[in-house]
Design a protein around this ligand. Sequence first.
Ligand code: GRF
Length: 210
Amino acid sequence: MKRIVILISGRGSNMEAIVRRCAQERWPAQIVAVLANRPQAAGLAFAREHGIATAVVDHQRFSTRAAFDAALAETIDAHRPDLVALAGFMRILGDTFVRRYAGRMLNIHPSLLPAFPGLHTHRRALEAGCKVSGATVHFVTPELDHGPIVIQSVVPVQPDDSEDTLAARVLASEHRIYPQAVQWFVQGQLRIEDGVVRHVVGASQLLLQP
Ligand code: GRF
């Protein structure tokens, strides 16, 4: 059984999608902990209700990023994870932290990377007049919202979209691709070759969603 630790900051709907798919499809994996950097993160309640260990490492209680990162790593490592999944985790993590989990930490970002790393992705996609948007699951590397791409979803941008309607359409696709990426990881189906993620039997790493 692969051990998965999920990090959240808020709602936790991607975490919820991973927990549900793991149980429904009986992956050879267990979500051993859900950790948050904010005590009020709504997703913690779902995790507790599903018998998953939770903990809060409140970034506001640390005077430096390095001290926060060290405390977070200690909390994560207590659960001996094979995979760390960042799911709407809204803190920038330092290089030392990221290197510690190299090759075993995934993130989801609500844009078609390398377009629009960082915040306000949907607003920026609308302002740029993009006709498609989507989401990306990638291995985490020290550069923010970069790293080898595991899977991307593509959704249309409608002429009358607001940030909220586009975000909702992208989020629905996130709930499909993030569990898929985690499942592939726990099944050992991902290989990184020259910075590019290949699926060992060539499954499609693209989801086109109307
Ligand atoms: C998602 O859109 C994720 O891609 C972004 O923040 C949102 C988190 O949503 N980084 P949730 O907490 O998983 O519901």
